[in-house]
Design a protein around this ligand. Structure first.
Ligand code: GTR
Length: 430
């Protein structure tokens, strides 16, 4: 097998100060100031044994890595709960090309169980069930399309001038995020789009894990050591898995051909959902950065210390010990991508999104490649992995690992979606 040498970066031995004279975090963007690090090898067990075949990966290395990510990074979620669902609305949409439904999915059978609302577009007149993109959104289902019949979400939302006041969405929020959701293009290609407001699952603020699904499963969490309890990313991923439980029952959707997609913090979430739930056939991380696709050890742009300070509720408490001490973490993010193997994974970056470290995102995809090849897939870029990062706007999308660096800022654009649809054609439509 063609093994890639894992990077041991000499770097500078003096760790660069991350704070200025006023004590404010200052991101490093200088490659020459990356601290010295060596990456843990996905294909060597914690006991130091090389992983030589697929059976050993499946029986030994994959479970041990999964456990490390659960206990050291994202936290351990409770076991899958039973779900119940209720159709809220159904109508024609997108000029009659699609059916759009709203379905409430509850975390339990009881009426008072916590619920999330799925907004589902399926192509009208499809002869068979269709593959789907399952996604979380930041601003409510009503922000995805201006259609005034989509319910205006009234759960807690971060206030935004003009669209969210006192943490409640205003009618002006309808369709505000439509740029990121090319529903017609997705429908025209024969796919369903399923989206959920992420705050339905767990509101995105630090309340000591009382609200959202955390609140409902408080008792189960008590049996887990405090520092390993699930953070919000694990809670959102749990919601995605329960949404998939529902999609497996939905006759219009092929539950065995679902891609999980997310942008930014929700890209971190899609990676963890795809790593921890092997039913996801394909995983897409759009500009996910630190705690997502970017290698933590590079400590360039957003760092572990910074993310744990700004968003203390995203990860488990054990992750705090790696603040400014990334090299001590037993795992790094190329191993998270490896956990998705041999299923298809796509990592995307943007040229101006230096906070998310595009190069670190690319390297993590590249260093997951040996696991994909061990499992008999084409890995990144087909027969041989690329020697260097591709030029902007030239997607690598023929193997089981896809990657592109889009020109522009931290965002989701039609260019991004066009690549994901091409990639999905190869992996969801066989
Ligand atoms: C930023 C955060 C990033 C990214 C982003 C987002 O503030 O530092 O890690 O997740 O938010 O989700 O929009």
């Amino acid at each position: 097998m063609n093994r890639l040498p894992l990077l041991a970066v000499a770097g500078c031995l003096l760790i660069t100060p991350m704070v200025n004279a006023q004590g404010k975090f200052v991101a490093n963007y200088d490659e020459s100031k990356i601290p010295a690090y060596s990456l843990p090898d996905p294909l060597v067990t914690e006991a130091g044994e090389p992983v030589t075949d697929a059976a050993m990966w499946i029986a030994k290395r994959r479970p041990e890595l999964l456990q490390l990510f659960a206990t050291q990074v994202y936290g351990t979620a409770p076991p899958a709960c039973e779900i119940s669902h209720r159709l809220v609305s159904a109508k024609k949409a997108i000029g009659g090309k699609a059916i759009r439904r709203e379905v409430d999915v509850r975390f339990g059978a009881a009426d008072e169980a916590h619920a999330m609302r799925l907004l589902i577009y399926t192509p009208k007149g499809a002869e068979d069930s269709v593959p789907a993109f399952l996604t979380l959104n930041f601003q409510g289902n009503h922000s995805v399309d201006p259609d005034p019949t989509i319910a205006l979400n009234q759960n807690w939302m971060r206030s935004r001038k003009g669209t969210v006041k006192n943490n409640r969405a205003l009618a002006a929020a309808r369709g505000v995020a439509a740029d990121r959701w090319p529903v017609e293009m997705i429908i025209d290609r024969g796919y369903a789009l399923v989206t959920i407001y992420y705050g339905d699952i767990d509101p995105d603020f630090d309340d000591g894990f009382g609200n959202g699904v955390h609140g409902q499963f408080e008792q189960q969490a008590e049996s887990i050591p405090q520092k390993e309890r699930w953070g919000s990313i694990a809670a959102w991923a749990y919601g995605l898995s329960r949404a998939l439980d529902y999609l497996e029952q939905d006759k219009l959707i092929d539950g065995s051909a679902v891609a999980v997609f997310g942008h930014s913090r929700l890209g971190k979430t899609s990676l963890w959902a795809g790593a921890s739930d092997p039913r996801f056939k394909m995983v897409i991380s759009n500009d996910s950065g630190c705690g997502g696709a970017a290698l933590s050890r590079r400590a360039i742009g957003e760092t572990v210390g910074r993310i744990n300070t700004s968003f203390p509720h995203w990860f488990c408490d054990n992750f705090l010990q790696y603040n400014r001490n990334e090299d001590a973490c037993p795992v790094d993010q190329h191993q998270l991508i490896s956990l998705i193997a041999p299923r298809a994974v796509y990592v995307a970056s943007a040229t101006e999104d230096l906070w998310a470290d595009p190069k670190g995102e690319f390297l993590a995809a590249l260093y997951a490649d040996p696991v994909y090849r061990l499992l008999g897939t084409s890995g990144l870029g087909g027969s041989n992995p690329p020697a260097k990062m591709p030029a902007p706007d030239s997607a690598i999308k023929t193997g089981s690992i896809g990657y592109h660096l889009r020109t522009g800022k931290h965002d989701v654009t039609d260019y991004d979606w066009a690549q994901y649809l091409d990639f999905a054609d190869l992996h969801l439509k066989q």
